[in-house]
Design a protein around this ligand. Structure first.
Ligand code: ZN
Length: 331
């Protein structure tokens, strides 16, 4: 398969490449892994390769490739999240375009090319009722069909759906992949390396961090957190009021920064983070534990500043002797 311009995920790409040439492609394929690492791009290439008439599939130039890219290919159905971040189920009688019931109805038609391809970007955002409605279509499509589903993880997906999918797990991108993508988009090397360290292998995060104000605002916050830990004074902890930094993103980047510090201390990485954000070895582990605890307990309107302050009060009680996992594949 033609994966030009796509970085990382060599094993997953090789597997999909074999699958695309196979006689029996499974009806349902799940690509799971954190957002912003290229799952959608890879899924689209895979689907194009099933219809492409070019030499090196997908050629991205033939009529099928172009129509799929434009969303006008008759046998390709795409479900995206709406403005609320969810894929809606749709009304039973007259489902609106882009809803789960609309997809189910579309799949009762006979495909012109002999096969229908579906891309569901965010299957984990479909309600249980919607997933139940989808189940039969996944189990026994009316005609030849390949349903590719994307998800940030396996949680939020009904076990009945999971058990019918071929699950291909995607890991975060390696720092050097994020760095080289950023450099090719015109970012200076030293800045690209710093952004990569803060992005945790997500291109989505990396692109947000390309905004200098956002990046510096987050480093400022990390600096105040490191200082609060060193001095024991959490009053110096402040919340960055910069546009583009919401609590969720702040928490994500902080986890990335302090996990990166742990990798530096474990000798896996050279440090490129500014010295002021780097805590003592013991403290780095404690901070990661606090941040992960906040993330686990996080609600939709979590106030990270208050939660951090609360956790820092009992900071010295956190057992630093317990080892912190250096397996970062879950991040
Ligand atoms: Zn083509």
């Amino acid at each position: 398969m033609n994966f030009s311009g796509i970085k990382g995920h060599e094993k997953q790409r090789a597997f999909l490449n074999r699958l695309s040439r196979s006689e029996s492609i499974p009806h349902a394929i799940l690509l799971s892994g954190q957002s912003g690492i290229g799952k959608r791009m890879i899924a689209e290439r895979f689907i194009k390769s099933l219809y492409c008439t070019g030499e090196h599939k997908p050629c991205l130039e033939c009529s099928a490739c172009r129509q799929i890219a434009a969303g006008s290919f008759p046998d390709y159905v795409l479900l995206n999240r709406d403005e609320k971040g969810k894929i809606p189920v749709g009304l039973r009688d007259k489902p609106a375009d882009g809803t789960v019931r609309w997809l189910i109805e579309k799949m009762t038609r006979v495909p012109v090319s002999g096969r229908t391809a579906v891309l569901i970007d965010g299957v984990n955002t479909i309600s249980d009722a919607g997933q139940n409605a989808l189940l039969k279509t996944i189990e026994e499509p009316y005609s030849e069909a390949v349903i590719v589903m994307l998800s940030e993880g396996r949680s939020g997906i009904l076990p009945t759906i999971l058990s019918r999918c071929m699950d291909i797990t995607f890991n975060p991108l390696a720092d050097q992949d994020v760095t080289s993508i950023l450099i090719s988009s015109g970012v200076r090397e030293s800045t690209a390396e710093l952004i990569a360290a803060m992005s945790g292998g997500s291109m989505d995060s990396a692109l947000r961090l390309k905004d200098e104000k956002v990046m510096l605002g987050l480093l400022d916050f990390a600096e105040s957190l490191t200082s609060a830990v060193k001095t024991g004074n959490s009053n110096r902890l402040f919340v960055t009021e910069s546009a583009g930094i919401d609590d969720d993103f702040l928490l994500t980047v902080l986890v990335n920064i302090y996990s990166y510090n742990l990798r530096v201390q474990a000798g896996i990485r050279d440090s490129i983070l500014p010295e002021k954000v780097v805590p003592d070895a013991e403290d780095a582990g404690r901070i990661v534990k606090i941040l992960l605890a906040i993330r686990r307990g996080g609600s939709n309107n979590l106030n990270i500043k208050n939660m951090l302050k609360g956790m820092l009060y009992s900071y010295r009680e956190i057992d630093a002797s317990l080892p912190v996992s250096t397996d970062f594949s879950w991040l």
